[in-house]
Each structure stands twice: as C-alpha cells, then as structure tokens.
Design a protein around this ligand. Sequence first.
Ligand code: NAI
Ligand code: MG
Length: 340
Amino acid sequence: MTEEIVVVPGDGIGPEVVPAAIRVLDAVGDFEFVEADAGDRVKEETGEALPAETYDLAASADATLFGAAGETAADVILPLRRAVDSFVNVRPAKAYPGVDALRPETDLVFLRENTEGVYAGHEDRLTDDVSTLTRVVTESASRRLAEYACEFVQSRDEAASAAAEETTDGRDAFTVAHKANVMRETDGRFRDAVLSVAAERGVEANEVLMDAFATRVCLDPTQFGVVVCPNLAGDVLSDLAAGLVGGLGLLPSANVGPERALFEPVHGTAPDIAGEGVANPSATILSAAMLLDYLGRNDAAASVRDAVESVLADGPRTPDLGGDATTTDVTEAVVDRLDG
Ligand code: NAI
Ligand code: MG
C-alpha cells in the first residue's frame, strides 16, 4: 500500500530541509506526497497562516511532515498538532559521534504532554495590573501520556533485546519530571496518574523535581533516559537538552495522536541562513525516520538513522557543524549510505 504523506515546508529553511527529507523517503519507500501551504508567506498572500485545506489534509493523512513557520509558528503548529489529535510530543535529544557536544554522552527522549498544562490557552487580563493563567491538568490526558510512555519503553526494550543491546543501563524505564511539591493539585495529579499507570503496567518509573532535573541533566545526562513531562516543562527541558547535544540542526520530533501523527524538526526557520542552501537537513531527515517508524517501516527507519549518523561522523557537514557542505551534499551523502 502506498501511504499518503502530507508535506508542509512552510517558511525560511523549511522549503530547503523538507525536500531533503522527501528525497530520503523516496529512496527507502513508495509514498505519495501531497504538498500543502502554511506560514508567513501564505499569510501575506491570503491573510491566513494555516489554510483550512492544509488543516484538513493533515487531519486525514497517514502522516504529515512539517518544516517550520516564522512569526506565524504558533498559529500554524498548534492547530496542526490538534489536527492530528496529538497527545504526546516525542523529542529525542541524542549526541552523535563527530558532532561537538557539551555532553557527548547524552541520549534522552522527552515525552511531553501536548494538549494542556499552561498551554491550554486560558489566559485573562483581569485588571490593568493583573493577568492570570489557568493551568489545566486532566487525569485522562496524564494517563494517556503515561500509557504511551509505557508502550514506548516496552517496545524499545523489545527492540534492544532482539539486538542483544542494553538500553537502560540498569536505570528505571522512565522518569516523570514535575513540580508537585509546589503545584500540589495539578502536578500532583499528573505525577500520581503517570506513576499509577506505570505500576499497573509493571513498568519501573521514578520521579524528579523538574528544577533539580535541569541541574542534574547538565551535570550527568546518563542518569536519565526517557523523561515524561508536563507541557511547558517538556518544551523548556528538551530545548535545554538540545544545548547539551550540540545544536538545533539535529533534533527531530513527533506529535503523535491515536490515529495519525505529525513530524517536524525542533528548529525554526533559521532566517539568518535561509535561502543559502546550507541548512543542516539532519533534524528533518531524522524526523522522517521517526515517521517511518510510526508507519511500521522500522527497517527503513533504522537504515535512515544509521546513514545520518554515519554522515555526521565522517562528513560532509554543513557550516553549523563546522563544515562547508551544502544541504544537497549532505542529503546525497545520506542517500548514498542507505542500505541496499
Ligand atoms: P531557529 O531554530 O530558526 O534558529 C536558531 C539558530 O539555529 C539560528 O542561528 C539558525 O541559523 C540555527 N539553525 C536552526 N536550524 C538549523 C539548521 N537546520 N541548520 C543550521 N542551522 C540551524 O530559531 P529562532 O531564530 O529563534 O527563530 C526563527 C524563526 O523561526 C522565528 O520566526 C520563530 O517564530 C520560528 N520558529 C518556528 C518554529 C516552528 O515552526 N516549529 C520553532 C521555533 C522557531
Ligand atoms: Mg520550544
């Protein structure tokens, strides 16, 4: 069966890195790509950053690959995440050999709640002096995230034992980061829901206060593996981890829903280098590898990841990683190193 993948390149370097990922996907499978518009440019032309047609395509496709949007990012990405009913944002932050990283031993995956918390959109201006924000935490969303986390660590363990590898180095399967000592009701509910799902499923989980996590992960990232977080904490802590692994050009992400998903690099439009043809395509190609895994094409996904790792180790490299290669040079080098 040929799956339909909606591609939304967006603005800035989006239209440079998304075609790179399509080139790689074309080399490993048979997909039908449907291109759709979103972002600053479309808003200038039509008055709308996210055309209804793009929303509808993402809401019905098997999977969507998104590049980046500029000033309209929030008007584009938040509705697109809703279009796929995404309840978890999966953000791996892994350091690669050959890339200058502050903490080369970092290998983390953040599972971030993607629908509520302080991003639920309940902000009010009460008076000239006072503004408020209502934080929403539900049992159902917390449990759904925890169920995903349990399945995620169990399938990683199965894949690792099939490959006779050790993934967790004796660590617990996942850590839930929270601030339940202060936000007793909301983060208390979040923590309790996540830990009880883990207990029901027989998954070893532990907890950490998110501020302590920020320090500990910088000092020794190997203490952690899979980290389950509320929405804002996951956003901030995964960006912090991006700093540990050597840059935004490398970080992929997935917004997963019950029936469909949207994949995107963590970076934005990189206006400082847009149009020069030197953007690092790795984050978007690695997002495409997550998309392949999501579609059950695990061998193709592994082949793409291995090829990217090999190119990161040996070059060619784009200027953000100290090289002088173009986006196309790196993409073709990845394609050359794919299996078979
Ligand atoms: P940014 O991620 O676009 O760029 C930050 C720095 O990282 C820049 O120096 C850039 O050149 C570099 N960089 C990022 N991706 C790279 C790549 N693939 N290869 C080489 N270098 C790369 O973040 P910034 O500058 O804060 O935001 C720029 C615009 O992007 C803003 O308009 C912002 O709203 C938007 N944005 C959109 C996002 C999205 O669509 N999901 C996410 C973050 C920002
Ligand atoms: Mg962010």
